[in-house]
Design a binder for this molecule. Structure first.
Ligand SMILES: NC(=O)c1ccc[n+]([C@@H]2O[C@H](COP(=O)([O-])OP(=O)(O)OC[C@H]3O[C@@H](n4cnc5c(N)ncnc54)[C@H](O)[C@@H]3O)[C@@H](O)[C@H]2O)c1
Length: 389
């Protein structure tokens, strides 16, 4: 059994706590928050009132139970410092996105983890571990994929998130890139199993929007198989449009992603009948908690002998990450973290800081591209930089 400390007892921490309670390998042993009112209500989290602390240091000093893991669910601008503190105190860390605000902060975190190989780190980018994306990831990883070798992808996610974001989000200059786009960047890397090497983007808000920060990203991207980043012949092109001030034609991310190859394409499509709630439980999923919007379908459009087209639905796989428990989402993350900690860090989570840095970097490179008007070559920021070919 591993003991976990929630740092930042807010909205998203509550969803984590539901998974922690469900998972037989984990126990919540305390909460940390700078809001004393939150600390006064510690029992609502299922811990005794004395297990509420103003800092991680205090938690370690006063907790009667050994703390193994810090789960950091504080506002984004605090992440880099709190994660640095937790690692310095010898804790394994699950860190919510976005990793940091600045590229340098992210790099420093990765360097720190390299000095502590015995500790496990994990980013809370859980979308990867959903049946939809796992299924397409496995399809594209086949030696001869149904659509042939991926050559182009297109993704669109539009939603309307209100006239103003509330709390700390309202004041973040680039809230959409840091809060939502990061999930998409992580999927754009994970689903085809490639690295994003170059981006040219615009990060903005519509002129009529009252938001203080940017709500929208449009981006052209270039991807490459790992190890072939400088080989232009291996590059795959893509286009992305993500919007939190979308009006009229709104679409959840899961509904509009297309993958093209020489033999056909795969499109993620909405269900034939729209569910009343976009996040209602999907009976087809193996787990009761969150997951993907119900009913999203994977449809393959295949060309035979020129233009004769076959259209078929590909069933979603339920064996996400080949895990024997059928866990998805944050429950999968907890399970993976447990296994990695058991290995004493020899095995690191798929979204460890080293990997998560590359998804985080895409969000920052998009902002840099928008500000400078230039295309950004991302491997120049990697810890082992690569020159642009
Ligand atoms: N992975 C996901 O799908 C997902 C979804 C929602 C939010 N998140 C992430 O979770 C994090 C929190 O978001 P939220 O919506 O729960 O925010 P929130 O405002 O509801 O909660 C943040 C909590 O952190 C506390 N806090 C602030 N500064 C602190 C500090 N220095 N030390 C300790 N506690 C501090 C606040 O008092 C509050 O209780 C963000 O990083 C966000 O990006 C991830």
């Amino acid at each position: 059994m591993l003991n976990i400390l929630i740092v930042g007892a807010g909205g998203h921490a509550q969803s984590w706590n539901a998974y922690i309670k469900l998972h037989p390998g984990w126990k919540l042993v305390g909460i940390v928050d700078t809001d004393t009112e939150k600390l006064e209500h510690a029992t609502l989290w299922g811990v005794p009132e004395e297990c509420a602390y103003p800092s991680i240091e205090d938690a370690i000093r006063w907790s009667e139970e050994k703390i193994d893991v810090a789960l950091i669910t504080t506002p984004i601008p605090t992440h880099h410092l709190i994660a640095t503190e937790a690692i310095g105190l010898g804790l394994h860390v699950i860190l919510e996105k976005n990793m940091a605000v600045g590229i340098d902060q992210g790099r420093e975190l990765v360097k720190l983890t390299r000095k502590h190989p015995e500790l496990c780190t994990m980013m809370g980018t859980q979308y990867r571990f959903r049946p939809l994306w796992w299924t397409i990831n496995q399809m594209l990883a086949e030696e001869d994929p149904l659509i042939g070798r991926l050559s182009f992808l297109r993704a669109r996610s539009t939603a309307y998130s209100g006239t103003m974001r509330s709390g700390w989000r309202a004041f973040m200059e680039d809230i959409f890139p840091s809060d939502m786009f990061i999930h998409h960047c992580d999927l754009l890397r994970y689903v085809p199993g490639m690295e994003i090497v170059k981006v040219q983007a615009q990060v903005f808000k519509p002129a009529w929007s009252k938001w203080l920060g940017s709500s929208t990203v449009t981006m052209n991207l270039v991807m490459a198989p790992k190890g072939k980043e400088r080989d232009r012949d291996s590059w795959v092109q893509g286009q992305y449009y993500g919007d939190w001030q979308g009006t009229g034609l709104k679409a959840a991310w899961e509904e509009l992603v297309e993958f093209y190859g020489p033999k056909g394409s795969i499109r993620v499509e909405p269900p034939l009948e729209r569910p009343k709630e976009s996040w209602a439980r999907d009976p087809a999923l193996p787990m009761p908690l969150a997951g993907e919007p119900p009913g999203a379908r994977i449809i393959a459009y295949l060309d035979h002998d020129g233009n004769q087209q076959e259209v078929k639905e590909i069933p979603r796989r339920k064996d996400v990450g080949f895990n024997p428990h059928g866990y998805i989402d944050q429950m999968y993350l907890l399970d993976e973290m447990l296994e990695c900690i058991k290995s004493k860090g020899k095995q690191q989570p798929a979204t460890c800081f080293e990997d998560g840095y590359k998804s985080f970097l895409v969000t920052r490179a998009a902002i840099e591209s928008s500000r400078t008007g230039s295309a950004i070559w991302l491997p120049k920021y990697w810890l082992e930089p690569l020159p642009e070919p």
